[in-house]
Design a protein around this ligand. Sequence first.
Ligand SMILES: Nc1ncnc2c1ncn2[C@@H]1O[C@H](COP(=O)(O)OP(=O)(O)OP(=O)(O)O)[C@@H](O)[C@H]1O
Ligand SMILES: [Mg+2]
Length: 387
Amino acid sequence: MTVMAKKLPLARLGVVGGGQLARMLAPACNNHGVQMLILDSLNNSPAGQVAFDQIEGEPDDPAVLQLLCERSDVVTFDIENVGADILMALADQSIEIVPAPAVIRLIQNKFDQKCHYRVSGIPTADFIDLTEKSSFSDVKAFGLPCVQKAHTGGYDGRGVHIIRSREDWENRLETPSFLEAFISNGTELAVMVARRACGEMAVYDPVEMVVDPKLNLLDYLIAPARVSANVSEAAQELAKKTVESFATPGLFGVELFLTNSGDLLVNEVAPRAHNSGHHTIEACVTSQFENQLRACLDLPLGQTDLQGCALTANLIGEAGYVGCPVIEGLDEFVKIANSHIHLYGKDTCRPGRKMGHFTLIGDDHDELIRRLASIRDVLIVRGDTPQ
Ligand SMILES: Nc1ncnc2c1ncn2[C@@H]1O[C@H](COP(=O)(O)OP(=O)(O)OP(=O)(O)O)[C@@H](O)[C@H]1O
Ligand SMILES: [Mg+2]
């Protein structure tokens, strides 16, 4: 066997966006002798605080993206709202960008993404585009209820509007958008997949995203998803097929619906680390971040086996407070075994802002859900000033 020697530091990894995802990529970079360079509009962004170096600038500024590429061996992402066209031109100049900027651009536009699934034979909820001439009778002909989705710019449920009535149609989003069939009472699953340039893939167990029915917001994620072995395997196969269709290396979060009748449909894909892979830091043999790094450096991917069960919940800013973040209940939290907190280092807290998350590890789902309830009673992140 010939063993290839690699020079250290192994690489300079540029990351567009310095949020919590890049912050959690930092330990994997440090452990592997990789210098992480963050591009963010904020100096000392969550990832900028812990990176080897940082560049302050907008993620769609050509000069700044050029500088990031010049100072990096490989470039990857923590966000997808980036100047994809600019990066496409830079990638042509033989700079390694993972995933390919053309795929980032495809994914940025949800309508283009849906069309890609349709032509690639990847099951997805039925959809039609809307035009300025579209009327409520077109919506009724498509079928109510349905979901209006903005072509671009949506995240965390912004850019998604459910239409059940004429009134909902009158309050529609005023932006280029399409209609999608409404999936009623479906289960939301997500599968993380890492892919190397040669096509090797590492696939994680499906995670179940549990939505708060009153708030219509993500409540917590549970791994493995509470589905049959057949469904779990089918979800992994569909996620692999979806990632394969992009034909680029990288880490991808594939969001799926499991319908009442047992069909799996692709909702959307994140071309980066994802909330539904946070538990992999403590619960899997190789974390999503380490596999993201390996995909970027074209190293063999790590095993994805899940040890036991895991539950991840976001720590979001408490209503009624703003200002410098404070945390309540940390002493009680850290006394609970197999409970892991991640705070993102954001310097201001607003109601609803993602300030961190925690992951609970255990042997069964019900025990984790009970532990979650008792933690929520004590653990709070809020601003220091009442609103
Ligand atoms: N066709 C649909 N039928 C029923 N519910 C839907 C449908 N599409 C989206 N939703 C609900 O709205 C949520 C947000 O939709 P989607 O994932 O498309 O948008 P997003 O803004 O990119 O979300 P996020 O950033 O939270 O992933 C979904 O997680 C799901 O709960
Ligand atoms: Mg989504």
